[in-house]
Design a protein around this ligand. Structure first.
Ligand SMILES: CSC[C@@H](O)[C@@H](O)C(=O)COP(=O)(O)O
Length: 327
């Protein structure tokens, strides 16, 4: 790897992130010194992925705690931060966890945020090791061919990754043939970020258009689908990047295991089913233009949800650091 630093961290009194908008063209970090800068970075997806957003929520709350003497002002900043994007539960979870130490002063808020960052890496390693074990049990073929969607790698977490964490474990054990990475329209987290991570790690991969995933399964090119999650309901329904539901339908049609890997902070204990998950809708320009060039007539209306919900019945297992929940 070119650099083993965390996706998001606290460096000399400010937040540093790997700028995910610049990848794969340029590897650079951004230094964020205010909650407004952090909210902007979250909305532009310069920092993204549910577990990384948990880190952002916690560190952003620490920034607010150092910026204001008045606890009400810290809480107001924390609320704006928690609402910067609606779907990944980790963001508001990270904010609440750091805010729970506000009474003990800004240093305590920061200490809680830093503990959350350490835990994130460790729990992702554990969850993905458990998922790798389950996949080895369920899939007889060796070496394995995995298909993944969006980016659930180290860039989507503080460190290590969830679905790509499984890839790191299987690759290290010599059980992996290659990864098929959906490009993940419209913002190409698969082509830009997953492919970049796989290339850095020396894992063989191919990128395919999302629309080719079902055809790859039909041709016998896939042993298992493995993805991350943005919010998991108590009944096992999973919100993840748009296109995940279609992949699960195709996997079911072809009798392939469909495995979701996430730290338990992605489970929303207050959510009985996926029906009430708020799905972020994003700007129409993400669909009507490519790199600023129009690809649809002026005035075109769009449907651009960033996530969908996969019902539990289509999921083989949701695996957290605590083990698989088989719905
Ligand atoms: C380990 S990350 C899992 C999910 O957060 C990931 O698959 C995803 O959907 C991210 O969406 P994004 O819009 O890029 O933040």
């Amino acid at each position: 790897m070119e650099d083993v630093r965390r996706t998001i961290d606290w460096v000399n009194g400010a937040i540093e992130i790997i700028d995910q908008v610049a990848l794969p063209g340029e590897y650079r970090t951004l230094r964020l010194t205010t909650v407004d800068e952090l909210i902007d970075a979250i909305r532009r997806l310069a920092v993204r992925g549910a577990p990384a957003l948990g880190g952002a929520g916690a560190l952003g709350t620490a920034l607010a705690a150092f910026a204001h003497d008045d606890p009400a002002a810290v809480r107001a900043d924390a609320e704006r931060l928690a609402n910067a994007r609606p779907t990944a539960v980790n963001l508001s979870w990270g904010v609440s966890r750091a805010l729970s130490r506000l009474g003990d002063g800004p240093d305590a808020v920061l200490a809680e945020a830093l503990a959350l960052l350490d835990e994130d890496e460790r729990l992702n390693q554990e969850a993905s090791a458990r998922a790798a074990e389950l996949i080895l049990e369920r899939c007889p073929r060796r070496p394995l061919r995995l298909l993944t969607h969006c980016n659930a790698g180290r860039l989507a977490t503080v460190g290590w990754g969830t679905a790509l964490g499984v890839v790191w474990h299987l690759h290290a054990a010599g059980h992996l043939e290659h990864v098929l990475a959906d490009e993940t329209r419209p913002l190409l987290q698969g082509a830009r970020l997953t492919a970049w991570e796989l290339a850095e790690a020396g894992v063989p991969y191919r990128v395919l258009p999302d629309s080719a995933a079902a055809a790859a399964m039909a041709r016998g090119m896939v042993d298992c689908v493995v993805v991350g999650a943005d919010r998991i309901a108590v009944n096992g329904d999973v919100a993840n990047k748009i296109g995940t539901y279609g992949l699960a339908l195709a996997a079911a049609r072809h009798g392939l295991p469909f495995v979701v890997v996430a730290p338990s902070s992605t489970v929303d204990p207050e959510l009985e089913s996926g029906e009430s998950i708020v799905i972020e809708e994003r700007a129409l320009e993400e669909i009507t233009t490519i790199s600023g060039i129009p690809v649809a007539p002026p005035g075109t209306k769009v449907f651009n949800p960033a996530f969908d919900v996969t019902p539990a019945e289509l999921i083989t297992a949701v695996v957290t650091e605590k083990g698989p929940l088989v719905p």
